[in-house]
Design a binder for this molecule. Structure first.
Ligand SMILES: CCCCCCCC/C=C\CCCCCCCC(=O)N[C@@H](CC(N)=O)C(=O)O
Ligand SMILES: [Zn+2]
Ligand SMILES: [Zn+2]
Length: 474
């Protein structure tokens, strides 16, 4: 293993202790595609650099006191990457073992207070739940990883296997400055990883329709993605003399066609079919029979799945209309109408196929597509056989902490572009709308379990033997 780490220390901290994301994210997200149909404009330049005020610097050092052993350990090298992202190298005692990496992100999607029981940036507690944007996505993992390690150090633990912790600051906008810089940093040091764990699936309690007990899924692949801006331009004018078709009308019609003509149901054409077959025994009758015989019941199962947004996300490339902008005044015909459409691409399809289908559906060359965020095809499937150390170690740690069976591989519907994807959370159906939604919250037991999970995972990784899976007596 050839690793040479740069000297880092708390003293070099000059950034804000907010930030995020994953390492391999950038590798995938930075791919470009040669798409003749699409004008891709890489416009994002990132926010202007800020300088910290003195009181902010004080706050920053206060935050570091939350993990005193971690920041003062001679085993930990810390550095700031990409101005606001954080990279830790925890030195193990056995250099013959490949290191692994845990990644999480500190940035969050925006939130306004409307509809929240408690303000989204208050971190206030109500009836055993801590409310706040980021409590599920993804600050619990940041805290879980750092606190798990802090508690291990407190107990005098010295890891055998080295590992990295990467905390990105721009995951929700593609990870170009955080993850990309972390990747570059590790690549220049020729770091090779045994496994990489990021957010993704969880322990799903009643989320999958018809299941008898909670099921833990480890994401071993994910959907692809492309986000398109659709724009209609023409000269502005007085609203007293409107054109027969307005930019708003043209764009709305195009968007409506996209929504009314979803991409085809591809259930069973990707790895999700195998996931359901493997879980067949977990379903109540007659779904168990149907899941075990998808060759026969696949079309029926796919129609059942597509009735819910989460099930629908598994069976097809989804089309989400997320932003619409047009108009500046009530008596001015707008010059431009612009909307954003976010596609999540089923593993059996590609970016190019989605673009072709979109053009066919819109059939209007006044609607100009462009993209200014990274896009990528569905990635390959990470190894998850019985010999794969990383997968089996994550799996064993899930069983140890959650006492749950089964633990199965799955296709993540969101994007992390990591090797394995798992959040140490128990999610119920009603929680799905909290992700990027209102009343995002985590229970106090929930955050404790997250810490326990990383406490367990770090210790379980300290061997070169693929763990034997424990079978629970349930
Ligand atoms: C039968 C249906 C089973 C499906 C169960 C779905 C359970 C999913 C639970 C939570 C959904 C949250 C989505 C996971 C997202 C992972 C990370 C994320 O948010 N990434 C961003 C990053 C980005 N900007 O690309 C994303 O937008 O995907
Ligand atoms: Zn996230
Ligand atoms: Zn998110």
């Amino acid at each position: 293993m050839a690793i040479s780490m740069g000297k880092g220390s708390v003293g070099v901290l000059t950034g804000v202790f907010i930030a995020s994301l994953a390492v391999v994210v950038a590798v995938l997200l930075l791919r470009t595609y040669n798409l003749p149909e699409l004008k891709v404009a890489w416009k994002g330049k990132g926010a202007p650099r800020i300088e910290l005020e003195e009181d902010e610097r004080e706050q920053l050092y206060e935050a570091l006191k939350a993990f005193p052993r971690l920041f003062n350990s001679s085993l930990v090298e810390y550095e700031l990457v990409g101005e606001y992202s954080h990279l830790f190298n925890v030195q193990g005692s056995d250099n013959s073992l490949l290191p692994y990496m845990l990644i999480a992100h500190l940035d969050v999607v925006p939130a306004t207070p409307e509809g929240w029981d408690l303000p989204p940036f208050s971190g206030e507690e109500k009836e055993g739940y801590i409310y706040g944007r980021g409590s599920l996505d993804d600050k619990n993992r940041v805290i879980g990883i750092l606190q798990g390690l802090e508690f291990l150090f407190k107990r005098g633990y010295k890891p055998r296997r080295s590992f990295y912790i990467g905390l990105g600051h721009d995951e929700e906008i593609g990870g170009r400055h955080g993850a990309k810089e972390i990747v570059k940093t590790l690549e220049t040091r020729n770091v090779k990883l045994e496994f990489l764990l990021d957010e993704g699936f969880e322990v799903l309690d009643g989320v999958i329709y018809g299941t008898k007990r909670p099921i833990a899924l480890i994401g071993v692949t994910e959907k692809g993605t492309i986000t398109l801006n659709l724009t209609v331009h023409s000269p502005p004018g007085h609203s007293s003399m409107p054109p027969r078709e307005s930019r708003i009308g043209i764009l709305s019609a195009a968007l409506s066609r996209l929504e009314q003509n979803p991409m085809p149901n591809r259930f069973g054409k990707g790895p999700e079919g195998a996931m359901f077959e493997q879980l067949a025994d977990e379903f109540y009758f007659p779904l168990n029979i149907m899941m075990a015989n998808l060759w026969l019941f696949g079309p029926l199962v796919s129609r059942i799945l597509q009735r819910t947004p989460s099930g629908n996300a598994l069976v097809r490339t989804t089309t989400a209309l997320t932003i619409f902008n047009a108009g500046i005044k009530s008596n001015v015909i707008p010059q431009t109408a612009r909307a954003t459409v976010n596609f999540r691409i089923h593993p059996a399809e590609t970016v190019n196929e989605v673009l072709k289908a979109m053009n066919t559906t819109i059939m209007d060359d006044r609607v100009i597509p462009s993209s200014d965020v990274p896009f990528f095809d569905p990635p390959s499937i990470s190894p998850h056989d019985e010999e794969t150390f990383g997968y089996q170690t994550v799996k064993r740690s899930i069983t140890d902490v959650f006492l749950v069976e089964p633990v199965a591989p799955g296709v993540s519907i969101g994007n992390t572009a990591s090797i394995y994807k798992f959040r140490a959370l128990v999610i119920k159906d009603e929680d799905l709308s909290r992700f990027h939604g209102i009343n995002e919250r985590i229970s106090k037991e929930g955050i404790e379990t997250v810490v326990q999970f990383y406490f367990q995972l770090i210790q379980n990784s300290d061997t070169d033997i693929v763990p034997v899976q424990s079978h629970l007596e349930l």
